[in-house]
Design a protein around this ligand. Structure first.
Ligand SMILES: Cc1cc2nc3c(=O)[nH]c(=O)nc-3n(C[C@H](O)[C@H](O)[C@H](O)COP(=O)(O)O)c2cc1C
Length: 219
């Protein structure tokens, strides 16, 4: 423990105090059913809490109904998901463990479930394994999606959750794609190497501003 003297001491994140610095990163399990929390998911996460993890970040959780990342992924795109999430949050909180939901839009990485419309992406570029090119998401659709992220954050708050993590990593999914020139070849205000994800609080016309409309519930 000498190498990590602060590992077991609390840490303040915003208004939340996490009891130690052992965090569980997001790891997809495919244990959800039609996006709903299952007993298996509750057991999986509450066992980590029981084991002493201070903060759990859940696996990817989709914020809208049209595109599925993997069939067993978690969702929170309407209010019917709140009771299941509440059960999960309560199970983890029993052990004084905090929990964030990892909000995600799969976009060009959505699973090809029959009936899925043409996949969307920042531009008409998809991953190497895609059978056909995605279409660029429109600005109007983006405004809807941004609101969906905010609404999803609010639902998680209603379930008693401690906060959300926005998945924008690994050049994965819609937001990860916007952050890399490999996928983002747009020339509008969402183009460029660093699109307007962060021109900061308060401006509800920016992506972050609209996320924050939902995420503000955690401040
Ligand atoms: C089976 C598996 C599922 C994963 N699921 C997610 C996920 O849902 N969301 C995410 O952001 N990262 C996911 N990851 C990435 C892990 O969170 C990441 O590997 C972890 O943070 C460890 O980071 P490192 O590999 O840099 O040490 C997954 C990784 C694996 C192996």
């Amino acid at each position: 423990m000498q190498l990590f003297p602060n590992l077991l001491s609390p840490i303040q994140i915003g208004k939340t105090t996490v009891k130690n610095r052992i965090f569980m990163p997001p790891l997809s399990t495919n244990l959800a059913e039609k996006g709903y929390v299952t007993d298996a998911l509750i057991e999986h996460y509450s066992n980590r809490a029981k084991g002493g993890v201070g903060l759990i970040i859940t696996e990817v959780t989709t914020v809208e109904p049209v595109y599925t990342y993997l069939p067993g992924d978690m969702s929170i795109y309407d209010d019917s998901y709140i009771p299941g999430w509440k059960k999960l949050v309560d199970a983890v909180h029993q052990y004084d463990t905090k929990i964030l939901s990892q909000l995600f839009h799969p976009a060009y990485m959505a699973f090809p479930i029959p009936g899925t419309p043409q996949l969307i992406a920042p531009s008409n570029v998809g991953p190497y394994y895609a059978k056909s090119a995605p279409r660029p998401v429109t600005v109007e659709e983006l405004h809807t999606i941004i609101k969906q992220f905010g609404d999803a954050a609010y639902r998680f708050k209603q379930a008693g959750g401690d906060g959300v993590e926005i998945q924008a990593a690994h050049a994965h999914g819609l937001l990860g794609g916007f952050l890399t020139p490999l996928y983002n070849k747009r020339t509008d205000e969402y183009g460029g190497l660093a699109p307007d994800l962060g021109s900061n609080q308060g401006n509800s016309e920016t992506v972050r501003g609209r996320f924050c409309d939902g995420c503000a519930h955690f401040r």
